[in-house]
Design a protein around this ligand. Structure first.
Ligand SMILES: Cc1ncc(COP(=O)(O)O)c(C=O)c1O
Length: 778
């Protein structure tokens, strides 16, 4: 790993270790002052407080031996400069040594040389951590602007040195990401680093820059003992550098935020104070959200790195860091546009032109994508939501659009273990670098995956055939069922979906108008929450009779065991058993389509057919199997596979290729290692509980059904019947508020909840809040 910033050495070199007595001698010899000396805290230097017999107070600073004396020279000259141009600004005064120098040098016992300087020690006290005062926040903004104005004519040749704490260099923090071991923190930091790269970096050359204090934070100001709103001292010029004015402002804001006060309100006060003296430009205000995020990110990243260098200094370095992570989370939860809007307001820009313009640009891109898509992909490629989303990145349960806005994904079951799970991504990449071929060669991975899948299924389901999509899996199952049974009919539920190929499209009653079903297909009732449908046989006998009348016997019964298109239901005990028995009596095979619900989503079971005491003849699976990589499978008994081989054979060019198998294995590993089935159970129950609570307040919420992290919520009217359109409005309202769900059911009346299985209780809370808001505002 390369650490690019020149502070590495400085931060790695141990602090000087002069004793109080030695410092007394130094003060006397070099500066002609003496008195009572006490040591103050410092991370990389040594600071001493000296009080003379006459009551004068000084700060003696012995710098780290790696400190560049030119930088110290700049700091001292800046203080002198400020005193000349704004003598009321309360900054320390430089004490010259007996020989007339602002900087002296002292040698430590170990022979290292340290620059030393003395400045006046300012009176006053640090503001209390828990002190919340709009007046103080405003004063901080104002005094920062005064400092900037005072320094506006100041120059020093070393001013463009590369300071780690200068937010211009935020992008370099990526070199330190390996030191962040907490996955959520990693995600948080990446979010702000991405935003910085995209939004801030290209704008840097266009913004106002000069030498600024760059560390005017609560720890570096002193307020009057009897008036906590009056700033009477500004100390620590250690981060003085040439950078953007708005970076200086963001640095102050970030350090002033606390956990208990609305961060945007605090920031707005500081902005307003600053703007009183130095009117901010629109372009600066637009970047402030990202710069504050970048500063908080920087504090966290550097602290994570530095504890690894100075574990002995852990408390000093990480003091308050947990809080900083939480503040960064709070900041991330703010809508960047709303924050910018607030800043625009306090600075008197009533027209939020800049943001509107950006929105307009993004809007224009979406329009262009839409028209190209319509032309190139045709009218079947419809999009979700009234305002389609342009998603460019995913991570865990989050999706990010082209403007960096994030959305909670409560819809997608394909990224079963979370969007772009690193374990799966690595497995795919590694295997793709090594080999990808068809299955006409021996390969270990395909066998491992087949073993891992069949281990999860009951005997005698022991043969696994790999394909690429759920549709292909069901098509193959259908072929097998016809060959083995010698029959030609199919039994499906009333509003099902089983695929898009020639045969499976006909099993997808979801998109076939009633009455248009081919004569070899008959439907039965899914186990909906409407008790009238829970007939013992769900109408299967009538369905089989109807097939007979059309000259067919059932070759198969195929059931999506999660009944997602029908409305998301879990089969009650006896449902599958009855249907399987009736089908087998009529000579058909029973197929569990686990494409939707399989792989642990139900929480209680790994597969949906396990809700009942049945063993299917064939199990099909797909969607979540590769976490987004196209892989699907058909598992059956050896004699069924034998029949297929003897009669037609089967080959699928891409099915079971090593890369797909690597993905499939990685998904199973993650499900097991991260206990995601258990998580689905626990978080699913928690979410269901929350939904039942919500149900008490909103009569629109009807039955809630499903299991684990696969839930359906009926939206009903006063007569308890579905009301068309309302579920759609709720879904779109939630989308506008950053939560993505879907709808399903015959009347599109059911909210569909089907998130990646890394969904946590905190995400369930966000979902519940967004749903409540939608119901309130409909
Ligand atoms: C239950 C079920 N079976 C099969 C399929 C078809 O899978 P694919 O889209 O991968 O072909 C789907 C797709 O949504 C499905 O929900």
């Amino acid at each position: 790993m390369s650490h690019n910033l020149n502070q590495d050495k400085l931060l790695k070199t141990p602090s000087p270790s002069f004793s109080v007595d030695e410092v007394n001698e130094i003060a006397n010899e070099l500066y002609g002052i003496s008195g009572t000396i006490s040591m103050l805290g410092s991370e990389r230097d040594q600071n001493f407080h000296l009080v003379t017999a006459t009551g004068d107070q000084f700060l003696i600073k012995i710098a780290n031996s790696s400190e560049n004396p030119a930088i110290i020279d700049m700091q001292l000259k800046a203080m002198e400069y400020i005193s000349k141009v704004d003598s009321d600004l309360p900054v320390p005064k430089v004490l010259l040594s007996k020989s007339g120098s602002a900087i002296e040098e002292v040698e430590a016992k170990d022979g290292r040389k340290h620059p030393v300087r003395v400045v006046t020690y300012l009176p006053g006290v640090s503001p209390r951590n828990d002190y919340v005062s709009n007046l103080l926040f405003r004063q901080m903004g104002l005094i920062l602007a005064r400092m900037t104005r005072a320094l506006s004519g100041f120059f020093h040749p070393i001013a463009n040195y590369e300071l780690m704490w200068d937010l211009k260099h935020t992008a370099k923090l990526r070199d330190y990401l390996a030191f962040i071991t907490n996955a959520e923190h990693h995600e948080l930091v990446s979010y702000f680093l991405d935003r910085f790269d995209r939004n801030v970096f290209p704008e840097i050359p266009k913004l106002r820059a000069q030498i600024v204090h760059n560390d005017l934070v609560p720890d570096n100001i002193l307020v009057a003992k009897d008036d906590p709103n009056q700033i009477i001292g500004i100390i620590d010029f250690g981060d003085l550098t040439h950078t953007l004015q708005v970076i200086d402002l963001a640095t102050t804001i970030a350090a002033t935020l606390n956990e208990t006060t609305d961060p945007v309100a605090v920031a707005a006060q500081i902005v307003a104070g600053y703007n009183e003296l130095i009117p901010l430009e629109e372009a600066e205000l637009r970047l402030l959200y990202d710069l504050v995020g970048a500063r908080l990110t920087m504090l966290n990243v550097i602290a994570s790195w530095r504890v690894t260098i100075h574990p002995e200094n852990q408390d000093y370095i990480t003091g308050g860091v947990d809080q900083t992570w939480r503040i960064l989370e709070m900041w991330r939860d703010r809508d960047p546009e709303m924050v910018a809007k607030k800043f625009f307001r306090v600075c008197g820009f009533w027209e939020h032109k800049a943001v509107e313009q950006r929105k307009d640009q993004s809007g224009k891109e979406i329009d262009s994508l839409l028209s190209r898509r319509e032309r190139l992909l045709g009218p079947c490629a419809y999009l979700f939501y009234n305002r389609p989303l342009h998603i460019v990145r995913g991570e865990g349960v989050w999706l990010y659009d082209d403007e960096g806005n994030r959305y909670l994904d409560v819809y997608n079951n394909v990224p079963q273990v979370g969007h772009c799970h690193p374990h799966v991504v690595n497995a795919i990449a590694q295997q793709a670098r090594l080999l990808n071929t068809s299955t006409r060669y021996l390969h270990r991975l395909i066998l491992e995956l087949a073993e891992r899948i069949t281990d999860r299924l009951p005997e005698p389901l022991s043969v696994c055939m790999f394909v690429c999509t759920g549709s292909e899996a069901n098509e193959l199952a259908w072929c097998m069922a016809k060959l083995v049974s010698g029959n030609t009919g199919a039994l499906i539920t009333k509003f099902s979906y089983h695929g898009s190929t020639g045969a499976t499209a006909q099993f997808s009653t979801e998109s076939i108008p009633e009455g248009n079903l081919p004569s070899h297909i008959q439907t039965l009732f899914a186990p909906t929450s409407d008790s009238t449908y829970r007939k013992p046989d769900s109408g299967i006998r009538d369905a089989i009779m109807a097939l007979n009348e059309n000259g067919h016997q059932p070759a198969m019964l195929i059931l999506d065991t999660s009944f997602v298109s029908d409305g998301i239901y879990t089969p009650p005990k006896g449902y599958l058993k009855t249907l399987f028995a009736e089908t087998r009596t009529a000579g058909g095979l029973c197929i569990a389509d686990e494409v939707q619900g399989g792989f642990g989503r139900f929480g209680t079971h790994f597969w949906g057919f396990e809700f009942d005491d049945v063993i299917p003849d064939i199990v099909t699976m797909g969607k979540p199997m590769g976490n987004g990589h196209p892989i699907a499978a058909v598992v059956t008994r050896p004699e069924i596979a034998e029949t297929l081989a003897n009669q037609t054979g089967y080959f699928n060019t891409f099915g079971g290729n090593p890369v797909s198998c690597a993905a499939g294995l990685a998904v199973l590993n993650v499900i097991e290692k991260e206990a995601l089935q258990h998580n689905a159970l626990e978080v699913g129950q928690y979410l269901k509980g929350g939904l039942h609570e919500l149900q008490k307040d909103y009569s629109l919420i009807g039955p809630i059904h499903g299991s684990g992290l696969l839930l359906g919520i009926d939206i009903i009217g006063p007569d308890r019947k579905p009301i068309p359109g309302i579920a759609d409005r709720i879904m779109n309202h939630m989308r506008e508020n950053g939560v993505l769900i879907g709808i399903t059911g015959q009347h599109s009346q059911i909210l569909k909840i089907r998130p990646p299985l890394v969904f946590e209780k905190q995400h369930a809370d966000l979902l519940l809040t967004a749903l409540r808001n939608a119901l309130d505002e409909l």
